[in-house]
Design a binder for this molecule. Structure first.
Ligand code: SF4
Ligand code: SF4
Length: 197
């Protein structure tokens, strides 16, 4: 277990060395939002909707409630132009409110951050970088939600208490770093699941 963590940190350092001196593409991605209308059905209370339905069948309300508010998808990623490999950083999008752990202007995010990607069921299936803890990814993989998810625990506090959210771990927002400085901010933890690493 410990060896695995050391390996992941080593991977981050190796990526920093390899990318330094080049110009990796900087990419930013958004958090969850509803992208299409879905049938409005109410599942039986005894069966939580995320166990009963696939992503495509969820109502807009169910879709939105699935987001745990971890903020990991609002961290900048660097894409290696040569290999296509994605590296996570601990630098947040310019609109991210690190204290509240959410987008600072969610309703106008796409006007203010045009390359913010809209998360849809199709996107969940195609994006390789979604955190292993992301509820959309878990449901798509046929897995249950963990104990700390707000839909299970009944409170958003557990996302922070379990070490899933980015609260307290963001080094700053993107305008505070040059591309070279971003290389020093490559970290492994946004791609880790504390319950399984
Ligand atoms: S615009 Fe908002 S939702 Fe999109 S990445 Fe930035 S902080 Fe996250
Ligand atoms: S990574 Fe976290 S904040 Fe982003 S969509 Fe998934 S659950 Fe929501």
């Amino acid at each position: 277990m410990i060896g695995h963590r050391i390996d992941r940190r080593e991977t981050a350092r190796t990526a920093q060395r390899r990318l330094r001196g080049r110009s990796p593409t900087i990419r930013r991605f958004e958090r969850a939002s509803v992208a299409r209308s879905a049938p409005k059905t109410t599942p039986p209370a005894a069966t939580p909707f995320w166990r009963e339905k696939g992503l495509d069948a969820m109502t807009p309300e169910e879709w939105e409630s699935l987001c745990d508010g971890c903020g990991r998808c609002c961290l900048l990623k660097l894409e290696d132009d040569d290999t296509g490999e994605i590296h996570h950083t601990d630098v947040a999008c310019t609109l991210f409110d690190a204290h509240a752990c959410r987008c600072g202007d969610y309703s106008r995010r796409q006007a203010r951050v045009p390359d913010c990607v809209r998360l849809t069921p199709e996107a969940v299936r195609s994006l390789s970088w979604l955190p292993p803890t992301c509820a959309y990814r878990l449901v798509e993989e046929g897995r249950d939600l963990p104990w700390w998810h707000p839909l299970v625990s009944g409170t958003r506090r557990t996302v922070h208490e379990a070490g899933i959210s980015v609260r307290g771990r963001v080094s700053g927002t993107e305008e505070e770093f040059t591309t070279d400085e971003l290389l020093d901010r490559i970290v492994a933890w946004p791609a880790e699941d504390p319950d399984h690493d």
